[in-house]
Every structure is written in structure tokens, then in C-alpha cells.
Ligand binder design. Sequence first.
Ligand SMILES: [Zn+2]
Length: 98
Amino acid sequence: MSTPPVLRWPMPGRVLGIDGQLIACPTCGAGEALALGMDLDDHTDAPSYMSCQAGHSWAEERLPRRLGAELLATILDIEPGLLGSLDELRDVHGGTDA
Ligand SMILES: [Zn+2]
């Protein structure tokens, strides 16, 4: 049984939603170093799971999962070696659950 590659990746700098507004933690307002859960196989418009450095997590409707899938695909294009390390990275970044 294979597990789909899902990564929880700390985003560099600030993150813009599809409405062009900055995304921030709804609990503490943090807008930097937010982690985004990305699933290579999920191209839906469902909200992406995000979390902040303080450990709050939420579903962000302004960041549909298909964007995360595209972002992860781009990362893997740039760093193909990462594909072999996805399991390790998944551990580092805290698993797939919100
Ligand atoms: Zn927070």
C-alpha cells in the first residue's frame, strides 16, 4: 500500500491567498513561517490545512488544495531528490493530520 506524498512545508515569507490577501493564523495572527499541508494527488478546491509556529492549525479556504499540489509538484521539479525523502520530510514536518 502506498501513501500519497503529503508534506507539511514551512512557507518562506508571507503567503497570499487566491484573493490576494495575506494569510495569517486566525488564532494568533502570525503571518510568517506558516506551514502548508500539500498533497500531490489532491487537486480539489477543498481548503488546505495550514499551521503556524505556535502550533495552531486551520483549514484555509483561500488556499485550495490544488495550489498546494502544484506547489509540491514545482518543488519536486526543482529538487527531484526530495521524492525519495518524502517519508523523512513527513516526519520532520509533523505528519499529515491537521
Ligand atoms: Zn497561531
